[in-house]
Design a protein around this ligand. Sequence first.
Ligand code: SF4
Length: 471
Amino acid sequence: MRYERMNPCKECMKHSASCGGENTCKQVRQKKLRPYTGIRFTSDGFDCAFPVSIDVHSVCSFGCLYCFAVNTIQGRVNTITPIGEASLSKLEGIFSGKSESKEAQMFRRALKYHDRNENGYPCAVQLGAISDPMDNIERQRGWFLKFAEIVKKYDQPVKISTKGNLFLEKEYLDAVKDKPELFFVTYSIITPDDKVIKEVEPRAPNATERLQCMKNLTDLDVKVGLRLRPMLPGVSDSTPDYPQAYKTLIERSVDAGATAISFECAFVPGRMTEDMQNRWKTLEKIVDKPLVNIYNNFGKNQACMRPPYQWTEQIMHAVYEEAKKHDLVIGVSDPAWKQLTEVGCCCGITEDDPVFGNWQRESATNQLMIARDTGKLLSRHDITPEWASHKSLCGLVNPGVGPTAAYTHRHGTWAEVLSKLWNNPEKERSPLYYFQGALIPVKRDKDGELYYKYQGLKRKTPENTPFWKIN
Ligand code: SF4
């Protein structure tokens, strides 16, 4: 059995000091992990084209210093509950249609099983939204190998985001090679500098290995892309060994077969646990920049601290230009510079992709792009998918505390949340704030529905931006 013949601790020994004493490995070597739902509606539903995600395990082993997922999954030191592993039988019940539960039907609805594309494919499901599906827990468990058999049985496309190196292994390549068209693997790499990665993403494979995985998949006709996110000064722009880091990374990704890029600048979580504060302190030492202070000085604009567009303009455009040079499909996940996107899916997947093109059109990214290109005024109906009126908030958003919050959580719908955000421009997650002024409210109809117009962000074209080194 896999758990008997592999020992991830052994390979991890060099990193044991950063393990945090969470006994993750010990748990992972048990035969069974805590059964856990794993599949969920993404809380990024406002601007994401893939509404359904699977968090394979409830924790991630990579330990990136900037990770915000430790706040949303159970990754906090001292608050660890047993590791959960997504139930394969539950997933098969959803993909096969055999599960009659209301929840399973909701997932099928959001995955557009009733509205497949001309080639018969539903919307892709995401692996790797808030824990890495190819991390060292997966290396030990081999969950993906069984999952791949299920998705191939039901022709369910899977969009994977990872920093893992499991596609160096024959058994993982074998798992996808007979139906390569069903997998789209995007590699999260924020610098080509392996030395920097070792410090910033301490238990994740280096960039060289990730790029080799990209190449291996390309050789099997699996589509691959680059996720250059979250970009950080001193990491993604320029390092001592890579003075034009983003350029080198894009070139190497293209050489490895990448056809698309998705990019955004880092944000700083608004509320940090002590563990997160320590991670950010370490990160600051590595990049030799007072990152948290820099972000604090921007002022609080959202629940997480997003940098203002003036500070990210130069790096976002530099990456855009480089990606254009290499004919990559450009998907922009950064809320401030969505106007640079070429496609309405921020992973960089085109509408006419024969397998993956059936993504959700009612996302703010796609609608902002339509407004940019056509002058259309947008209403909340444009960003509200059909399933949202039926989906309760359970599992989608943090309910807060108190009886009212609990009631809303159970009985409110995602469509109601979208409506509140859309129609109240003063809210921090409203389109006005979220896109930093690229969409502005222009009129309200008799029912109180607000309409937004695209005006875009005006470039200032700075020659230098504080703390970035962009050549
Ligand atoms: S791979 Fe993702 S989830 Fe895992 S530690 Fe890094 S940022 Fe967090």
